[in-house]
Design a protein around this ligand. Sequence first.
Ligand code: PLP
Length: 400
Amino acid sequence: MSKNRPDAAQNDGSIYPDTLLTHGGNHPEDFHGFVNPPVVHASTVLFPNVKSMRDGSRTYHYGRRGTPTTAALEEAITALEGAAGTKLATSGLNAIALALLSCLKAGDNVLIVDTCYGPTRELADRLLPRYGITATYFDPSVGAEVEGLFQDNTRALFLESPGSLTMEMLDIAPLVAAAKARGARVLMDNTWATPLFYQPIRDGIDLSIQAATKYIVGHSDTMIGTVAASAEAWPDLEATHGWLGLHVAPDDVYLALRGLKTLSVRLERHQRNATAVAEWLQSRPEIREVRYPALAGSPGHNLWSTYFKGACGLFTFAFDKRVSEAQSEAFLDALKLFGLGYSWGGYESLAIPVRLNGIRTASPASVVEAGPMVRLHVGLEDPRDLIADLEQALAAAIPA
Ligand SMILES: *Cc1c(COP(=O)(O)O)cnc(C)c1O
């Protein structure tokens, strides 16, 4: 490793993740010694002569195909994920679309976990069929038996763990093994764990997807996605990205790079705060179940311990059956510090009501035998204030 320059050797796991976050993608010597890469606003790249236009001797050719700013983020994510390469997308959902398009063609089928992020299902059910691609869903509790769901034309398996809303954990190894035996690519939406707490590619997954909008950006001010690929999946990913003409604006890329530097310290605090809040909720009589896989006694805790090195600030809880939908909504309305809003992974605490009706097709929505559900994102506030907020909202909405 030359001075300030983690090189390709960084991908082999020989440098610890916190160091990769700190230095990944930075090449001060290329930019007069400035620590951070420049925000390059660009379309045209000038060539000194026709020969250099033709021989590929220049690193950059055209703004859409990459700049020193996009290269810095791609390089940092590649190192963190232990990948062969990374491509950027305009949002997390766009990254999911890019990853799916890179490994599917007309006539193919993709097997998707039933607890996938809702818009992933919309994409698979509404857009992909126009191009002759079908999607089938599988129960997240299935293990090696997923084998029986593969059809002759199943070319990809799409995972998300924990799943959106209900936080159901997957037993990843037998799923990957079944897909490999069938020669199918495995994709994983790894937004919850981030590459700090789980590295899909090291477990044989081909495409690791991040809604970087969430923790990598970390400040609720930019939307961006990343797809990191194994050596086998990389050529298709790179080509598909180019054909689609995907390009992320440099200021947004820069904000993701900046967020990356503090990802580890923020996540540590999100986990600590979420644990405090989850434990407090567990002790409340109004609450039936807290679904935070890092918490002992939470569903999926054993799978979480098997696969993940940590947890973020996002989890779901279910009220007792005696709590009505109207009381649950009154509770949400009474919250003062927890904002009501979509997305998560920023510094601030958020809450949303969770409704499972009609969004699952391969497994029972009644996994949670309880009353109404709420998803919390626990931010970086003092957890004592967050708990006080939850306590006053419970008191206001739900009579003892
Ligand atoms: C938010 C989210 C996405 C989509 O990210 P956007 O940047 O909002 O498009 C994808 N997957 C999961 C699990 C998410 O929570």
